[in-house]
Design a protein around this ligand. Structure first.
Ligand code: SF4
Length: 64
């Protein structure tokens, strides 16, 4: 099954992910992050959606 993650979903994931690594320095000061928060597409580990940590967090969120 292919899961297309919405930005809202990736935002929730990134907020609780301890491995989040900003794509560039000072990203947390950028307007986009201040307005909308972080999400997985801004992370070095994202790798076009192939991040395994993301799937793990998503699975644990699904179980609630
Ligand atoms: S892409 Fe992966 S490592 Fe990065 S914030 Fe999302 S789940 Fe965490």
């Amino acid at each position: 099954m292919v899961i297309l993650d919405s930005i809202e979903q990736m935002n929730a994931i990134a907020e609780q992910c301890e491995y989040f690594s900003p794509e560039y320095k000072n990203m947390s000061n950028s307007k986009e992050v201040i307005d909308k928060g972080i999400n997985c597409t801004m992370c070095l580990h994202y790798d076009n959606g192939k991040c395994g940590i993301k799937d793990e967090i998503l699975t644990s969120m699904d179980q609630t």
